[in-house]
Design a protein. Structure first.
Length: 273
């Protein structure tokens, strides 16, 4: 009963927000420029354009990292990055929609702390478009969001990966299986983690739910940001350990080595993995 009331309340709040954004001149939630038209996605035209820039090709055939050295990319038809050549990742294939720029970081923060469901669906459409352009590699039996630990879920009330994964599953016509994975250990509370700490904190932190049937399943694993790939790797190990046939990672954004100016513009609290 309380859940139903909560859901009505949140639906009502969503409607009010939508109406308010139609009626009042609102600032772009990325660059603060006043928006001239009301929209459920509170970004100006320039910011929207910036967010829809896809990653520069060629990409690593396995993890999707842009390959910077043209010579390395030309040398083979299926180029692989250094990490994939040393078989670091347990997932079979991963792709991201765009680069994790300061603009993207602000958009993801809004999704993370603003319960911005329309934005989740907007990102889902971008990911569905990416799959449509290259369907090979993405075949899956279930769409699974990367989970937050319980404390974080309680604190935030929702999981931002789920806000993207759920509409994506609907668009693809693939079952959404939110509770296939569980996070066993919470993430440490400090915001900035080194690359090594990121790997260490997620190692063994995920498991499949005891009632989940994973055997021979092909899983499409969805998250907001691919930072080091440690989270997708830990989830993939849990799924493969339980018998999954294939795990494909898909994220909205991909952290790449950026110029110092871009680095400085990124919001610390968003670099969570
Ligand atoms: Zn803007
Ligand atoms: Zn790679």
């Amino acid at each position: 009963m309380a859940r139903a009331a909560d859901s009505v309340r949140s639906h009502f709040r969503g409607m009010c927000e939508a109406l308010a954004s139609l009626a009042l001149p609102a600032p772009c939630r990325i660059c603060t420029q006043i928006l001239d038209t009301g929209s459920l996605i509170p970004f100006c035209h320039a910011c929207m354009e910036g967010l829809t820039q896809t990653l520069p090709e060629p990409l690593c055939a396995q993890c999707g990292r842009p390959i910077v050295s043209a010579a390395a990319a030309e040398a083979v038809s299926q180029p692989q990055c250094r990490l994939c050549r040393s078989q670091v990742y347990a997932f079979d294939f991963a792709r991201s929609f765009g680069a994790y720029t300061p603009r993207m970081s602000r958009a993801i923060l809004l999704l993370k702390y603003g319960r911005a469901a329309p934005l989740g669906a907007w990102f889902a459409r971008r990911l569905a478009g990416l799959i449509e352009r290259q369907p090979q590699g993405f075949a899956a039996d279930a769409v699974v969001p990367v989970h937050l630990d319980r404390g974080r879920l309680r604190e935030r009330g929702y999981n931002q990966a789920e806000l993207i994964a759920k509409p994506l599953a609907r668009m693809l016509g693939i079952p959404f299986r939110s509770y296939l994975l569980v996070r066993l250990r919470p993430r440490p509370s400090q915001l900035r983690l080194t690359r090594r700490e990121r790997w260490e904190t997620v190692r063994g932190a995920y498991a499949t739910h005891k009632t989940a049937r994973v055997d021979k399943l092909r899983v499409l694993l969805v998250d907001d940001v691919f930072t080091t790939g440690a989270t997708l790797d830990a989830c993939s190990r849990a799924l493969k350990g339980a018998g999954a046939a294939r795990v494909v990672g898909l994220t909205v954004a991909r952290a790449l080595p950026l110029s110092p100016a871009l680095e400085a513009g990124l919001q610390d609290q968003d670099l969570e993995e």
